[in-house]
Design a protein around this ligand. Structure first.
Ligand SMILES: NC(=O)c1ccc[n+]([C@@H]2O[C@H](COP(=O)([O-])OP(=O)(O)OC[C@H]3O[C@@H](n4cnc5c(N)ncnc54)[C@H](O)[C@@H]3O)[C@@H](O)[C@H]2O)c1
Length: 387
């Protein structure tokens, strides 16, 4: 992490390979007003990047975005990812070296209420972002964020690999599988053949947690809301296992993938799909997450599983061997640390009522602590060697 202004100036650590790559680079993030977008913007700013944002207003109130906004952005544009002209103008303004496409409708249950809007935002939105890059003849490296749910879930115990068939029972999942297919076509037909264009890769992450997520129908934000209200946590699917990880673990994969795209040939497998999940032993049932949270913030939970509720896969694991062998990436924070960092964040914000300024510093300290753990573990992205 390098230095910037105000609270960013207080944190001076050893520059990492990510610092070397992103310092001075222009980076455009779609979905910068969201949960992951907020963390990614702040981390990139702390690495010394010039950060630009494109997307709809923050999807929640409160939002992490309102904490980080004043510190992060060189420029922002409100717009829909299905609007080609607006995207083209955002590209003209920002002329990004790297583009992270996160803007999407990210909730499975909402995709039952709004299937068409979900499919449009996620599948057509991704195609529109790629088309805007193609038409503008941008040399940007593009990282498209999809999900672990893009695989056809056949209930297998071992982790899904990048070569497994795409699919999706619900519209959220199939819209992300469709986004994957769009990337594959735009890559083969345009990005690989046009020397004016950069590279494109997709990132399939698991269920992330971390401070500042306020989405509805997500386990951790739902749990925190119940704890704040002094009510039992309603749990729909306690036995379902998910690949839980801290948002910073997932983002370290996105950031490192963006840097590696820039230094690899377009024919390299780096220009492909990558899973970024936890180590296999970290796939935990929902009940264990809830009980872990309650050890850190005491309260109660209720089992609300009902027959006939909208389908949600009961088992979902990711193989991370491709990211490990090709990128030298692996997860940094184990499950218990992930839970602690997450619950401490919400506790500082909503029990201790820390100010915006204090929370910004707190969030930056979590980023610095994550980087320090990664360096201790010898991860390539955290090393002092330039990319
Ligand atoms: N949070 C997770 O556990 C998780 C897991 C896997 C993948 N993802 C993916 O990561 C990305 C970010 O997710 P998040 O958790 O930060 O969600 P979020 O809801 O907090 O943020 C979504 C962002 O996209 C923007 N957006 C939504 N629809 C848009 C549209 N039509 N046009 C432009 N912008 C639009 C929102 O304004 C917001 O900035 C999504 O692509 C999501 O599918 C998230």
């Amino acid at each position: 992490m390098a230095v910037g202004s105000s609270p960013l100036e207080d944190l001076v650590t050893v520059p990492s390979a990510l610092d070397h790559f992103y310092r001075g680079k222009r980076v455009l993030i779609t979905g910068h007003t969201g949960f992951k977008g907020g963390w990614l913007s702040l981390w990139l700013k702390s690495l010394g990047a010039e950060v630009w944002g494109y997307g709809l207003p923050a999807p929640t109130e409160p939002a992490l975005y309102s904490l980080v906004r004043a510190h992060c952005f060189q420029g922002e544009q409100e717009g829909d990812v299905t609007h080609l002209d607006a995207l083209q103008s955002a590209l003209e303004n920002s002329r990004p070296h790297v583009l992270f496409h996160l803007g999407a409708q990210p909730l499975v249950r909402k995709s039952y209420a709004e299937p068409l809007q979900t499919f449009q935002a996620n599948a057509i939105g991704t195609a529109t972002v790629l088309e805007a890059v193609r038409l503008n003849r941008c040399a940007t490296q593009v990282v498209v964020v999809t999900t672990d749910k893009c695989y056809e879930n056949v209930g297998k115990a071992e982790g899904y690999r990048e070569t497994d068939p795409l699919g999706g029972h619900d519209v959220y999942s199939s819209s992300k599988a469709a986004a994957e297919l769009a990337v594959q076509s735009w890559r083969r037909c345009f990005f690989q053949t046009d020397p004016a264009l950069g590279g494109v890769a997709t990132a399939r992450g698991g269920n992330v947690m971390g401070g500042g997520d306020y989405a509805q129908d997500r386990l951790v934000p739902d749990a925190i809301r119940s704890l704040m209200a002094g009510e039992p946590i309603p749990v729909r699917n306690p036995a379902a296992t998910r690949p839980w990880q801290h948002v910073l673990d997932c983002l370290s994969g996105y950031l490192w993938l963006g840097a590696q795209l820039a230094r690899s040939e377009k024919t390299s497998p780096i220009h492909g799909a990558f899973n970024f999940g936890p180590n296999p032993e970290e796939n935990k049932p929902v009940q264990e997450v809830i009980e872990g949270i309650l050890k850190l913030w005491p309260g109660q939970w209720n089992n609300l599983s009902v027959p006939g509720a909208p389908h949600e896969a009961s088992k979902l694991n990711l193989s991370i061997s491709k990211a490990s062998s090709l990128l030298g990436w692996k997860p940094v924070w184990p499950f218990q640390t992930t839970l602690e960092k997450t619950v401490h964040w919400y506790h500082a914000r909503h029990q201790r009522m820390d100010s915006d300024q204090a929370m910004l510093s707190f969030t930056l300290e979590q980023i610095a602590s994550f980087e320090a753990s990664a360096r201790q573990q010898g991860l390539a992205w955290a090393s002092e060697e330039a990319v």
